[in-house]
Design a protein around this ligand. Structure first.
Ligand SMILES: [Zn+2]
Ligand SMILES: [Zn+2]
Ligand SMILES: [Zn+2]
Ligand SMILES: [Zn+2]
Ligand SMILES: [Zn+2]
Length: 328
């Protein structure tokens, strides 16, 4: 979730908690999906919160009644930055995407489609052709997109935008050649690009790009030479040991396994702590995590919420593996 969205959520929450006759009450009193008998102007407060809703909520609101639908459809500002979050990402297909992006009337600025597995090259291309001024195209893990389709889209966008921001993690089969074309579209010098990059791994699916305005996320891994996300090491010891700072344990996750806790490199030949969830955790992080009473394994930070707090804190917890074993 990006900052503007979390702010949006926060202000939405504070709005809904500030008035007792809250937005939640108002929304629950509306019959979603049914046409109201007498179309009336939507309540002022409803119109006000529209800009705080995510796409899924907006599409639901769109079905409430005709006057609300008109209010939503005619407010072009609501449609300029499309972010498809779960669970919508698994459902939208090319036709849906075309339909709701068309509400931006060709002025779409950002298109964020993480793991939208049903979107194809054709679908993306149609949206791009209708909205060539998109300058933020985030399509990580869109498994049906091909490198050629992505390159076609980027070429169109590059013609209409001075600056482009792309997130292309997990687009299968992107080669160095594709990356080269994309770099030249973005007017980037690959050498400079590699030197500037400094990504730290913050656990599965999350990473911190030191320069938030990095135009592209993927690069050629210095170890395997494949095009992937490549991470630096946050460990002080690694930084000081290496003559060329950060070079030795810089690489993709397949080449350099990383700890879910600190993002540091983990040497699989060294002693490492086992976790219930089987995620990789370095020994230092392992020591600090709470362990299961029976098997003495912790959950990693990502899965720590799986701990059942059914017992008082001082008695610790029993992991799900051990609880199923004791049940059977
Ligand atoms: Zn690699
Ligand atoms: Zn660690
Ligand atoms: Zn390291
Ligand atoms: Zn256990
Ligand atoms: Zn885990």
């Amino acid at each position: 979730m990006d900052i503007s969205q979390s702010e949006r959520k926060k202000s939405y929450e504070s709005m809904s908690s500030s008035s007792p006759q809250s937005i939640h009450d108002m929304m629950s009193s509306l019959k979603i999906g049914e046409e109201l008998v007498e179309p009336a102007q939507p309540h002022e407060a409803l119109v006000l919160i529209l800009s705080y809703l995510n796409l899924f909520e907006l599409l639901r609101m769109n079905q409430v009644c005709k006057s609300l639908r008109d209010a939503i459809d005619s407010d072009i500002l609501l449609w300029l930055d499309i972010v498809v979050e779960p669970p919508l990402n698994l459902r939208i297909n090319d036709d849906n995407l075309l339909k709701f992006t068309s509400k931006a009337q060709g002025r779409l600025r950002s298109l964020v489609l993480p793991s939208c597995v049903r979107i194809t090259d054709d679908g993306l291309l149609r949206v791009i052709q209708n909205n060539p001024h998109i300058n933020k195209l985030y399509i990580p893990s869109c498994s049906q997109l091909t490198p050629d389709g992505v390159v076609r889209a980027v070429k169109i966008l590059a013609k209409h935008n001075n600056k482009l921001f792309l997130r292309l993690e997990n687009i299968y089969n992107i080669t160095k050649e594709h990356l080269q074309i994309i770099y030249s579209c973005l007017k980037l010098n690959p050498e400079e690009q590699n030197r500037q990059k400094s990504k730290l791994y913050l656990g599965y699916g999350h990473f911190q790009v030191q320069n938030d305005l990095d135009p592209i996320d993927i690069e050629v891994c210095p170890k395997c030479k494949d095009v992937r996300l490549v991470f630096e090491c946050p460990r002080e010891s690694c930084r000081s040991k290496n003559k060329r700072p950060l070079a030795a344990c810089k690489g993709c996750l397949l080449c350099i396994p990383r700890c879910e806790g600190c993002g540091g490199c983990v040497d699989l030949d060294d002693e490492i702590g086992e976790t219930v969830c089987l995620d990789l955790v370095c020994l230092e992080c392992w020591l600090q995590l709470r362990k299961c009473n029976l098997c003495n394994k912790p959950y990693c930070n990502r899965h720590v919420d799986k701990i059942e707090w059914s017992r008082p804190d001082s008695y610790g917890f029993v992991c799900e593996v051990c609880s199923t074993e004791t049940e059977s």
